[in-house]
Design a binder for this molecule. Structure first.
Ligand code: ATP
Length: 243
């Protein structure tokens, strides 16, 4: 039992949830290691949404709203951490949701789908095909889902798949706390924020953006600027760490 007055209460609760989801076969053990890397970067960024991450979240909303076939690609960590937030974003944006896994088994797909559906997410189903030019299992996706998408939001992506999606002409939005990752640098748009903080900002923007602001956000989108700003945040925090 984690005492609510523990200074790291939220982080410990999240770890406990991920551990339970790993035992239940929703999160891969490798996903726990990936979460640890995210936690480290969250510490550096101050465990808060920075102004540039908020700008990125609003731009993501604009991209989803103006897309023809937007798809949200969900893995085990995202489902374990943010199933409710995915449901809210799906309802606000009209995007389809597809489960896509690095460590893919039909059983894991079923478990993750069930967890998402319990939170009101409508999950695409059908026969997956090896559509992406990748040697690992993330190559498998649904022709009517990610296969047909023009914009793909992938919270917690890996660099290879992000590049493969981009090479297929898709606009890729990622949420990644590490502004140095290959994923962050390959995506069309990176939200450098923790996934459960980032998604509600995207959802809120889906409801309050007007068409002119949405178009302006897309025209002025600059991922290199967003990553540089996130790195500057970290440098500033580190340089004042012992003040
Ligand atoms: P790349 O292939 O892009 O260089 P990687 O090998 O570092 O990436 P993975 O191990 O595939 O990345 O995924 C982990 C990434 O997800 C890390 O960059 C980490 O910062 C990020 N991450 C983990 N948990 C979260 C979270 N809750 N919110 C946002 N980002 C997260």
């Amino acid at each position: 039992m984690i005492p609510p007055d523990h200074p790291r209460y939220r982080s410990l609760m999240v770890r406990e949830r991920l551990a339970r989801c790993a035992e239940a076969g929703v999160v891969a053990l490798e996903g726990l290691a990936a979460h640890g890397r995210g936690e480290a970067f969250d510490y550096l960024i101050g465990e808060r949404t920075t102004p540039s991450a908020l700008l990125a979240a609003r731009t993501a909303a604009a991209m989803l709203l103006l897309a023809e076939n937007p798809v949200i690609s969900v893995n085990g960590n995202t489902a374990a951490l943010a199933a409710r937030e995915i449901g809210e974003l799906q309802r606000a944006s009209g995007a389809a949701v597809e489960v896509n896994l690095f460590h893919r088994t039909e059983e894991r797909i079923r478990r993750i789908t069930r967890l998402l559906e319990e939170e009101g997410v409508v999950v695409l189903s059908g026969e997956a095909e090896r559509l992406l030019p990748l040697s690992h299992d993330r190559a498998w996706c649904l022709p009517q889902g990610i296969g047909a998408a023009d914009v793909v939001l992938v919270p917690l992506e890996d660099g290879d798949r992000c590049a493969a999606l981009a090479a297929m002409g898709k606009r890729v939005i990622v949420v990644d706390l590490n502004p140095l990752s290959r994923t962050a640098r390959t995506a069309a748009l990176t939200i450098v924020d923790e996934v459960t903080r980032a998604l509600p900002h995207v959802t809120a923007a889906c409801s309050d953006l007007d068409p002119a602001e949405a178009a302006a956000l897309i025209t002025s989108m600059d991922n290199a600027y967003l990553l540089r700003t996130a790195i500057d945040e970290i440098i500033t925090r580190l340089s004042h760490a012992l003040d």
